[in-house]
Design a protein around this ligand. Sequence first.
Ligand code: G
Ligand code: G
Ligand code: MN
Ligand code: NA
Length: 251
Amino acid sequence: QRLRADLRQALRDKQLTVVYQPMYLPDGSAVESCEALVRWTHPQKGPIAPNIFVPLAEDMGIVSEISRYVMDQACRDCASWPEPVAVSVNLSVHDLRSADVVGWVTEALEEHKLPAQRLHVEVTESFFMDDPAAVCTILERLRSIGVTISIDDFGTGFSSLSYLDSLPLDIVKIDRAFVRDIGMQSKRMKLLRGIVQLTRELGLTVVLEGVETKQQLALINKYGLADVIQGYVFSAPVSPTELVTLLSENS
Ligand code: G
Ligand code: G
Ligand code: MN
Ligand code: NA
């Protein structure tokens, strides 16, 4: 109960910040895009994980205020990065229950003069559970203005394969569970190779999440399994300032 009141206060007092995790080309030569990740530092309790407060905000019916805040920051920050680095913003399924989202995304892009081509939005499989037609309509509208659509945590939800060809998608971010235990001859590796091949067959871009070690990276590149790589092997999430430094060193 207390945390709910504190979260409302946090939105008013701008206690929320955004960090960015760069996603790289598989050889590490350049940053392709950066994922915006919201952070909350509670004045007494310290950092609260988004896994705690995002679901809380959803339950309170105020998650779109967080999404709009992150979208605004993300568009502002991305506009200052070297082209063509894109920013990727997580949406909540609640954001897609109302057509307003197209309006506030457009506003953020226009306000910060960011071309829509540099904005990606991430949705999860669970978004398509209750009202897939409505969600698809809104994603189509975002796509028609030039926004790129990513499916996040792919492979962890239900009926994951059956709809890959029917949803308005551009990028598949394969969940880190598929990367974690890959060994040369492992079943995990076979599974990952199969998913990647299928994804590419459908014309979608493959992002591998949660790549942590040099060994994983070497295997991924040996088999050419990723178009883009996100994970600690290249970089953890960093502050907007650190990111600007990182991007300037990287280009
Ligand atoms: O950054 P971290 O690993 O702690 O994120 C944990 C979870 O919180 C991830 O699943 C991530 O997608 C989610 N998350 C982080 N930032 C946002 C955000 O701005 N909006 C939404 N809806 N989820 C977010
Ligand atoms: O669910 P989503 O993909 O939005 O979550 C992104 C979160 O994953 C980020 O908050 C980030 O902290 C975390 N993350 C990023 N890279 C790695 C990694 O290499 N390993 C692990 N375990 N987590 C990661
Ligand atoms: Mn994500
Ligand atoms: Na993910």
